[in-house]
Ligand binder design. Structure first.
Ligand code: SMO
Length: 782
């Protein structure tokens, strides 16, 4: 390998970010810009009897007031079930009901306070298990009429079931009959907020000529453009979306959010630009969150510790609208039993409407939630059998030759989950048992330690039409600019793409620039930065664009140097004749001397979906869920050591080892950074985070005072990222994605370590100190 692949190169934009010069939507203002505020519902479920906006409209400085009944558009990703502003009824507390654009945010807020809404409160439903019972109030009365993705998503009419994903393999009844032990448990996880540093923000102008300009904090300009186009029935050519720097997304900025509302306000205000920025409490209440989950798992195992059968039901608390929830239900269906070799399986994954704020994508796309259940269950089973949890997993994990639950055969070059687990276990000191003396000493001191392990996997949950592209353009001096419309919202992927380009083009990294602003008018197509796919797909696009650029250079050089293309080589920013290296052109000469004068800037346009043939990959059989669900899988494992103060229940994470088979590390420091960030976010959902509601469905902890995310104080003493490198055949330099994975299974590894320390099984997240303390009081086994 050359100079750059695998190196720890600091991210390119660090200086701009730490000096405050990086420009975010929050920083931007356009001439004549108006500021918008929204009025949200105080009720979880209520009919809107009347909205009186007359006083608001008369307030000086108010330029537009909007209510739902004025807007004939419908929104939705897979099920089109949402209005821009609530119409007829509200379905969650925090739902936007009316909006005002005015000359200042203060005036807009004053106008909002003058709007009177009369509600008729309706019975509500909050528990996804209760919500699918026959007598539950319906969140949507008209389900079933918006089946969008060719029947792939199935709302069940006259129920709250937005989607039912089924996986069937083998014969579970037979498997249970042949089992020595049958172990059944329920695990839960609450809804969780993304908490990006930059809340959602957008500036939109709907120009009188019909064109819409949007500057937004989103995960993809093209996804925003497409969803706007679908919602308003306007061609892509009339919509322009720009995404500048983005301060974190984590899945919460996939899709569209405030963009349609800002555009409609602008239209009503005669085309003046309108800015909406979500306040922190709106980021919790109004903007979607991670779905909650109730998971029931029944596992049959043989005496020897082989899993014979498994029956799983996932009840997803999707909240009031389906958004990504239906696809999360699906993705967590086809990967929802973990990376295990299980012959007989029956899995049902229900995405259920409730009167909670609605759920969307969040780092891990469902896997953080269900792996809490799967990987806790594995430890509980191992204990029941009297087998070491590590040995039990090793007996059942997928290995080359095994068949996955969707019927895919594991190949030699697939990532290796067993290797990840082995490395994590070794590094955490697995198997080192406490002596009786140590145990007594710990109890005396009141601080008990324990170790836990957990594995994970995830594949990119992507429809087949997803692709990335890149354009590499020579500047006149032979340096290059890369345009890609994938959004780097903090991962460091642009730096990795620059490394890949410098490597392939054999030129210094300093001469490679990745253009930061993603723009649908000028940028090449990219689906979205989601699903840990950007390095994999964008990296391939950059490689292909660089190869195309080299081909074009060779054509020029062949004519100038009078040598056949096949005899030309590149290196050291030159293109030369292999057998006569003194005969060369520099990149600068190629760029300036031969191309620009002819009006022909060399630049490789690229070339769709990289090397993948994605056809049919997400076309699983609707009755059995069998088929090829994804392009690739990234596997991993965590090992943790915790220390618990038995007087307070306080959990101190002393060490987390996280191992991932990333295929090939492109940039070590950024890869480690990605893992460390994911692990800390995983610790947050494991120990602290979760939406808490009043009985009538009001979110009680919608601020960082009441909703605790990890701070510097809560970061584990040691986070150790390690990598296995089984090359992905068709990944860039063999790499595969690792963006979401570090967050998955952190919760279960911690839960398992708590059992190891205290002999207490925690089944519900978050594992707060209070929960642990109460469990200690109840159990008194320690
Ligand atoms: S959870 Mo992500 O933005 O695929």
């Amino acid at each position: 390998m050359g100079k750059y692949i695998g190196e720890s190169i600091p991210r390119m934009e660090s200086f701009e970010k730490v000096t405050g010069t990086a420009r975010y939507v929050h920083d931007m203002a356009l001439p004549g810009m108006l500021y918008a505020r929204i009025l949200t519902s105080p009720h979880a479920h209520a009919r809107i009897v009347n909205i009186d906006v007359s006083k608001a409209e008369k307030l000086p400085g108010v330029k537009a007031v909007l209510v739902g009944s004025e807007l004939p558009y419908k929104l939705g990703l897979y099920l089109v079930d949402k209005d821009i502003l609530a119409k007829g009824k509200v379905r969650y507390q925090g739902e936007a009901v009316a909006a005002v654009a005015a000359v200042s945010e203060e005036v807009a807020q004053e106008a909002i306070d003058l709007i009177d809404v009369e509600y008729d409160v309706l019975p509500a439903v909050f528990d996804p298990v209760k919500a699918i019972e026959g007598d539950a109030p319906l969140v949507h009365e008209d389900l079933g009429s918006y089946d969008y993705m060719k029947g792939v998503f199935h709302p069940v009419p006259n129920t709250n079931i937005a989607n039912h994903f089924k996986l069937r393999k083998g014969d579970v009844e037979k498997g249970f009959k042949g089992s020595q032990h049958i172990i059944e448990n329920q695990f839960t996880m609450p809804q969780v907020g993304h908490s990006p540093m930059e809340t959602h923000g957008v500036i939109a102008e709907w120009l009188p000529g019909g064109r819409i300009n949007i500057y937004t904090s989103a995960q993809s300009p093209f996804a925003v453009r497409n969803l706007m186009s679908v919602a308003f029935n306007i061609p892509h050519s009339k919509i322009h979306v720009v995404v500048p720097y983005v301060g974190g997304g984590f899945g919460g900025k996939a899709g569209i959010h405030l963009e349609p509302l800002a555009a409609c306000l602008s239209k009503k205000a005669g085309g003046r630009p309108v800015k909406i920025v979500a306040r922190r409490e709106e980021e919790f209440n109004t903007i979607p969150c991670r779905q909650g989950l109730v998971a029931r798992i029944k596992t049959g195992v043989s005496k020897e510790g082989r899993i014979m059968a498994q029956e799983i039901t996932y009840y997803w608390d999707a909240g009031a609208y389906a958004d990504y929830g239906v696809n999360i239900g699906r993705a967590s269906g086809y990967s929802g039993a973990g990376p295990y070799d299980i012959e007989n399986i029956k899995l049902d994954s229900y995405t259920v409407y409730t009167n909670h704020p609605f759920g969307t994508a969040y780092r891990g796309f469902g896997h953080v939630e269900f792996f809490w259940a799967v990987e806790r269950q594995m430890d509980i089973i191992a204990r029941e059998l009297g087998i070491d949890p590590y040995e039990f997993r090793m007996k059942n994990l997928l290995k080359p030759g095994s068949i996955t639950i969707t019927g895919e055969k594991i190949r030699e070059n697939t990532g290796r989950v067993d290797k990840c687990l082995k490395m994590a276990a070794e590094e955490i000191g697995w198997g080192k048992k406490k002596t009786e003396a140590e145990r007594i000493k710990e109890l005396k001191e009141g601080r008990v330690t324990g170790r836990g392990i957990a594995v994970l996997h995830k594949a990119p949950a992507m429809p087949t039409f997803t692709s990335s592209s890149a354009v590499i353009k020579f500047n006149e001096d032979g340096s290059v600019n890369i345009t890609t419309s994938g959004v780097d919202y903090g991962q460091g992927t642009y730096t990795a793409l620059a490394q890949i380009a410098a490597e392939v083009l054999k030129m210094p990294l300093e001469k490679v620039n990745v253009v930061w602003e993603s723009d649908t008018d000028t940028g090449p197509y990219d689906w979205q930065t989601v699903a840990s796919r950007f390095l994999l797909m964008g990296g391939n696009a950059v490689i292909n664009a660089a190869l195309d650029l080299i081909e074009q250079m060779k054509e020029v050089a062949s004519a100038v140097l009078r040598a056949p293309k096949e005899e030309l080589e590149i290196g050291d920013e030159k293109i030369y004749i292999r057998h006569n290296p003194d005969e060369f052109l520099t990149y600068r000469q190629v760029a300036m001397g031969y191309c620009y004068p002819n009006g022909n800037a060399i630049g490789g346009p690229l070339i769709g979906r990289g090397k993948y043939i994605a056809q049919g990959l997400t076309n699983l059989d609707p009755e059995t869920g069998q088929g090829l669900p994804a392009l690739d899988w990234t596997y991993g494992a965590h090992g943790v050591e915790v220390e618990i103060d038995i007087k307070t229940g306080e959990i101190n994470i002393k060490k987390i080892v996280s191992v991932f088979d990333v295929g090939k590390v492109i940039n070590r420091i950024l890869c480690e950074g990605q893992v460390t960030g994911g692990v800390v976010q995983g610790v947050g959902t494991a120990l602290y985070e979760g939406y808490v509601y009043s009985p009538d469905g009001r979110l009680l902890n919608n601020s960082f005072t009441d909703y605790k995310i990890p701070t510097a104080m809560d970061i584990p003493e040691k986070v150790k990222p390690l990598f296995v490198e089984t090359p992905q055949l068709d990944g860039p330099f063999g790499a595969r994605g690792v963006a979401e994975h570090p967050m998955i299974s952190v919760n279960s590894a911690i839960g398992n370590a708590i059992y190891d320390a205290l002999g207490i099984d925690i089944m519900d997240l978050p594992i707060t100190s209070e929960r642990v303390w109460r469990a200690i009081q109840d159990k008194k086994t320690v």
